[in-house]
Design a protein around this ligand. Sequence first.
Ligand SMILES: *Cc1c(COP(=O)(O)O)cnc(C)c1O
Length: 219
Amino acid sequence: MSLSEIRSRIATACDAAGRDTADVTLIAVSKVQPLERVQAVLDEGQRVFGENRVQEAASKWPGFRESYDGIELHLIGPLQSNKVRQAMELAQAIHSVDRPKLATAIARIADETGNCPELFIQVNTGEEPQKAGILPAEADGFIAECRALSLPVKGLMCIPPVEEEASLHFALLAKIAARNGLPGLSMGMSGDFEKAISFGATHVRVGSAIFGQREGYTG
Ligand SMILES: *Cc1c(COP(=O)(O)O)cnc(C)c1O
C-alpha cells in the first residue's frame, strides 16, 4: 500500500470521528526495512519515522539526516538503561518509558544536557508477562513520578495483545490519559490504526502497511 493511501485512510478515519487530521501524526515504522524502501518513503515527503532498536536507528538515520531535512525519529521499542544516552541523542520522542529506573536515567541525562525528547509512557494494558509497559494499576503513580522528575511526558503508548479486541485496550489507554491530563495517545498499527483514531489516537505507528512485510522478522 502506498503512503498516500495510508494518508487518505487516516483522513477518512479522522472525518468519521469528527477529528482534525492535523491532530494525528503518522509514524512510519521503518525497522528492518531495506534502505531503498525507506528512502522511497522519504522521497514521497514523509519525515516522521519509528524505530524499535537504538542500534539500528543509529546505523540508519544519521546518514539519512545528511540528505533530508526535518526528519523526526520516534523510538518505539523497549529501551535498556545503558542505551538511554544514545537514544536521547538520536530520537525526538521515546514511546517506551515503562519503569522508574529508566525515568530516573532519562531525567539525569536531561539535567546534564539540557535536552530531552518528548516522552510517552508505555502501559501494558493486556497485563502480558512478556510485554514491556507499566501495569494499568500502577500507571497513575508512575506518571506522577515522571512529572516529579520534570520529565516532558506527552502521553501514553500501548501495544494490545494480538489475540484480543484492540478497542478495549485503546479505550483503557484513553481513559488513563484523560484522568491524568495527558494529551498524547500513541496507539494503532497497520491492522488497526483507523480504530485507534476513533478512540483518540494522536500518534499511529504504521510499518508493514506502508513498507510491506518485514522479511524473517519476529520482534
Ligand atoms: C513494529 C511496530 C509497529 C508497526 O507494526 P506494523 O504492524 O508493521 O504496522 C508499531 N509499534 C511498535 C511498537 C512496533 O514494534
